[in-house]
Design a protein. Sequence first.
Length: 166
Amino acid sequence: MYNHPMTLDLPFILETRRNHALEHATLHMLAREHHINMAGHSNPTGFFLLGDFSTQDVWIAATEALERLREGESGLAIHAGCGTNLATNALFGATLSWAVLRGAKSTTMRILLIPIAVIFGVIGTLIARPIGPKLQQYVTTEADMGNMQIVDIIPIRKGMHRVITH
């Protein structure tokens, strides 16, 4: 019997998901020492880190993050500030708000429904809060690092590093 690979396990996608997990774990490591605004962006060949870090700090954090993920600390792949959470909150909130306003036949009716639409938007956002981390866990990140290695870390400019993986 032939088992088709899941779409999420296709090489391009799987590499992005693993880098996304490593990005999150690296941000967790950096957050212990650096109490600054930071962000990241992943792709199949690595990730970018934004924040005022030294290259040495990024090497130390990324290496520890990879090691800890390999040791089974899969929770490091989930990050509260992830765009997956933001997108999920926005989608649920906007969808429920839109659902309220959708049926209004006139501008006057839409105006009268705005307070209800706002309440439904808040409810949508509250419903989405536990869903975002689950989407990270099962869709947008992969905590199993396989044979991933950190190849290089390059300072791009002040406040930005490129972590290259293979």
